[in-house]
Structures are given as C-alpha cells and as structure tokens.
Design a protein around this ligand. Sequence first.
Ligand code: C2E
Ligand code: CA
Ligand code: CA
Ligand code: CA
Length: 278
Amino acid sequence: NAKEQGVDIRRYVPLMQMKAKERLKLENDLRRALERDEFFLVYQPQVQLSTKELVGMEALLRWQHPKRGLVSPAEFIPIAEESGLIVPIGEWVLTTACRQNKEWQNAGYRPICVSVNLSMRQFLQPNLAGKIAEFLKRIGLDPCYVDLEITESMTLDKEKAFEQLKRLKDLGVFISIDDFGTGYSSLHYLKNMPIDRLKIDRSFVAEVMEDSNNAAIVSTITSMAHHLKLKVTAEGVENEDQLQFLRQQRCHEAQGYFFSKPIKAQEFENIFLKPTIF
Ligand code: C2E
Ligand code: CA
Ligand code: CA
Ligand code: CA
C-alpha cells in the first residue's frame, strides 16, 4: 500500500476523487506544458528571526493552463509524480530557480539561498548529485546557495536515502526536511541522516497560539533542532504573535504570508532585493 511505499497519502486524495477521464486530460496537458512554456516560478522570502534579514527564498511552481487558468500544485504535482513527468518538470524548476539566483548575484544583490522542492522520483535518480554539480558549475553558482527540500517519507529507505543525501552533501548543497512532523521520521535515523535543516510544517505553526499541543510540538522540534545542531525554519507564519512565539523559542528562520505570499521574480526583486543594496 501507499503508506508502506513511503508515499504521502494526503497528496493523493484529490487524485482519487478526480474522475479518470479528467485526470487523463490533465496528464496530457501536463505533458505539453513544458514545451508550451506554461510553467513559471514564484518565490517566497525566508527571514532570519534574530536580524530580520532576508536569507533565502523558496521557489514554488505554478502552472498557467491555457483553458483552466492557474492550476494549483496540489492538483497537478501528484499527477506529475505518478506519471513520471515530475522528473523533467522538477529539473526545469531547479535549473530555472538556480539561474535566477545567479542572475541576482550577478546584479550585485547580497547573495541568498534558493530552496527547491524535490519529489521522490527526482530524489531517487542515481545520477542526481552529478547532474546538479555539473549544472551549478556551468552557471557558476556556488552550491552553498542551493537548498534542496525533501520530505520525511523520502528517507524511508534508509540506506538509499543516506547514500543519496551524502552525495548531495559532498557536493555542497544544503538539505532541508520539509513539512517536518507530518511524516514518518524516527528520531533514531534523524540523528544519522546528513541533513542541515528542519522546516516545521505549517499545520503546527498555524494554530500555535490557540492550541497548546501545537505550541508544545513547535517548541519541541525547535529545541531538538538546536540540540542536533540543525537549522530550524517555521513555515506558514501569518501573524506577529506567531513570530513572537517563534523568536522566544529561538527558531532561526521563518517563512509565511506575514512576510509575503510567494510572488513572481520581478516583484521579489523590487520588494526584497533592491532594498538590500541601498
Ligand atoms: P510546500 O513545499 O510545503 O510549500 C509551502 C506551501 O505553503 C506553498 O503552497 C505556499 O504558498 C504555502 N504557504 C506559504 N506561506 C503560507 C502561509 O503563511 N499560510 C498558508 N496558508 N500557506 C502558506 P503552494 O505553492 O500551493 O505549494 C503546495 C505544495 O506543492 C508545496 O508545499 C510542495 O509540496 C508542492 N510544490 C510546489 N512547487 C513544487 C515544485 O517545484 N516541485 C515539487 N516537487 N513540489 C512542489
Ligand atoms: Ca517546501
Ligand atoms: Ca512545507
Ligand atoms: Ca506542504
């Protein structure tokens, strides 16, 4: 079953509800979306809490469908994953986001890190690290400005995940565990995996002020990250109270609508990068 294969079941719910014909149509459209240039990226800032400085951005994929309009990644990523289309699409995301980051460094802005989401299939590609290394060398981007976000379920096959993560770490990129706390990691191998950062899932952050259990979870994850010498980022921060709580917990970074929704490159540059050179 899906759970045993390490697949995030929640991602498949919309899929199962979707009619087979409808799904097939979307898959065919998805197949052509790359060549028709229908994808674009939006970027969401990541802010260091101690200094309020911009330190990174997460690249998030958007699909402008000619008839349906903007299709949510929640709807098309599962189809892309199941059909294998996620591999070329994910490669497009990674190269586009890295090129953008390099372009901004060339323009003279203070360097920041770009976070890119990896899907299971991408992560399991045997030559992934080699391909990334070659690409980064070609465009001249230092790997320390690239962060790869994987989910806990991708590390279920411990040996395979360990080997892959080690190759990526040796190359010098940053590794984050996305949606931390919603997956299946055990503390035992969290200790042994070569990772750099935990991103606390926004479901815990969302009700951190209302729900004392969520507050306890956020506080525990943050403190565990400190002990394990991992960086910790809270996602889905929407208000000042949450931010205050996270600061008290000494959470390193935050991301969420409180700072900004994910926005297009030009807008990101105007709002968040231009002010850094003045
Ligand atoms: P994610 O990686 O957990 O990304 C964070 C999601 O939370 C984004 O949704 C973002 O817009 C949303 N978000 C950020 N701040 C807030 C906030 O303060 N409040 C609320 N309510 N939401 C917030 P988005 O862009 O719709 O992406 C959904 C998911 O689709 C992502 O979750 C990720 O799993 C997947 N995804 C997006 N782009 C890619 C991609 O390029 N490759 C892969 N493999 N997956 C992607
Ligand atoms: Ca993410
Ligand atoms: Ca996340
Ligand atoms: Ca998520």
